[in-house]
Design a protein around this ligand. Structure first.
Ligand code: BEZ
Length: 405
């Protein structure tokens, strides 16, 4: 869309320039061209939500959506003083459809900002389009390291985590607990490989040994053969990454095989976040690391959980928090430019410098626009992911390969 448009009168400039930002020039009655700022921020800002609303990650997508919209509602339907409208796309967690879906949002739908997504493979396809089109994008979950690594860009932010960040601290936690041997199990795709890789990096550094890496294709949930293999290997513990519907099934299958009594199950926090109610007793005692715990006793978390419950009748979880914080970050950016999203450089600078009082605790951003945040050790007790301790404070992803241009 052009940054310049010709208008005849100041009145038309104010009311008729919806979606047009920057400077407008119009011939006056004397035939001179007069330059005046177009008030694009009168038009609502179009936010594209590209999330999984179906499939194994459907609940994650819905909670991100609910968290984002809760924040917007709390601000009277505006961010940075600008009205917000939404356009939604169900990405189904399918990387093969991701480029078309993203092109549709930024092309045909003309979304000003895109919020998405959950699945690392889908997110990387979105990042490519966002880089090419310079569309502002906020990732409210997907942890693909490359998004804030070699593919980093000024217009790309993340309010969630990098895959490295969420599990690296667990390597030391488990080694410090005297665990010597571990079998790992996950889905065979970017998130699984990177979370297991980061855990193993730190576990081995601290004297541990990974005896076998077990995988199933995403989003399959046929775990029986691998659970039998774990029983044969008899490691001191198991470390895993699954999320959503797949995590529910894995935790139940693990307990049904009786392994939860003999080989303790650890994981990235996604194993038990947003899934505990469906997992029931099978989840008891599972220890995970994540940038959130249900009982974080800070005013921001208490207020968030109350408001989320009132809006949705559901208990908030990390996905809802990440969606909520994506809206908070956009709010900060838009407020810095009086709602004029065309002033991208200024907006991006404000977002990069943001310090958010998040329900998860203090949240700021590194030079690659990835969160700097505490990673907590949690244990499932009383149907909740209860805080055990801070596993590592203010964890900052190394942003390997990121060169901001
Ligand atoms: C990912 O694909 O990056 C991901 C999906 C669900 C939970 C956490 C990470």
């Amino acid at each position: 869309m052009s940054d310049r448009s010709f208008v005849l009168t100041r009145r038309r400039l104010l009311t008729g320039a919806a979606g047009v930002a920057g400077v407008a020039a119009a011939p006056n009655l004397l035939g001179e061209r007069i330059f005046a700022p177009a008030i694009a921020q009168n038009a609502p800002l179009k936010v594209g939500l590209m999330l999984p609303y179906s499939g194994t990650y459907a609940k994650l997508g819905q909670f991100i959506d609910d968290g984002f919209k809760l924040y917007v509602e709390q601000k009277g339907g505006k961010l940075g003083g600008r009205d917000i409208v939404f356009v939604q796309v169900d990405d189904e967690s399918k990387p093969e459809a991701a480029t078309d879906n993203m092109n549709r949002l930024v092309g045909r739908e003309k979304a000003d900002v895109v919020i998405g997504t959950v699945h690392s493979g889908v997110a990387m396809a979105m990042v490519k389009v966002a880089r090419d089109t310079k569309t502002l994008m906020i990732i409210p979950n997907a942890g693909a390291n490359d998004a804030t690594g070699p593919a980093c860009a000024p217009n790309i932010f993340r309010t969630s985590f990098s895959n490295w960040q969420s599990t690296y601290p667990m390597g030391k936690v488990m080694a410090d607990a005297g665990i010597k041997t571990v079998a790992t199990i996950t889905w065979r795709y970017t998130a699984g490989a990177e979370m297991i890789g980061a855990f193993a990096e730190n576990f081995i550094k601290n004297g541990g040994k990974v005896v076998e890496d077990l995988t199933v294709p995403f989003p399959e949930v046929e775990f029986q053969a691998l659970i039998t293999r774990i029983a044969t290997l008899k490691p001191d513990a198991v470390f895993s990454f699954f999320a959503g519907g797949g995590a529910v099934k894995f935790v139940k299958d693990y307990a049904a095989a009786g392994l939860n009594k003999t080989i303790p199950l650890y994981g990235a926090g996604f194993l038990t976040d947003g899934t505990i109610a469906a997992q029931g007793e099978a989840a008891n005692g599972i220890k995970t690391t994540l940038h959130y715990a249900d009982n974080l006793d800070n005013p921001a978390n208490l207020a968030f959980l109350k408001a989320f419950k009132a809006k949705t009748s559901n208990d908030g979880d990390i996905y809802a928090v990440q969606g909520y914080d994506a809206a908070a970050l956009l709010d900060i950016g838009l407020a810095s430019v009086g709602g004029d999203a065309a002033a991208k450089d200024k907006m991006i600078a404000a977002m990069g410098a943001a310090k958010i009082d998040s329900p998860r605790g203090p949240l700021s951003f590194n030079k690659a626009h990835n969160p700097i945040q505490n990673i907590y050790l949690r244990e499932v007790k009383n149907g909740r992911n209860e805080l055990v301790k801070i596993a590592q404070e203010a964890v900052d992803d190394p942003a390997r390969g990121c060169k901001m241009t």
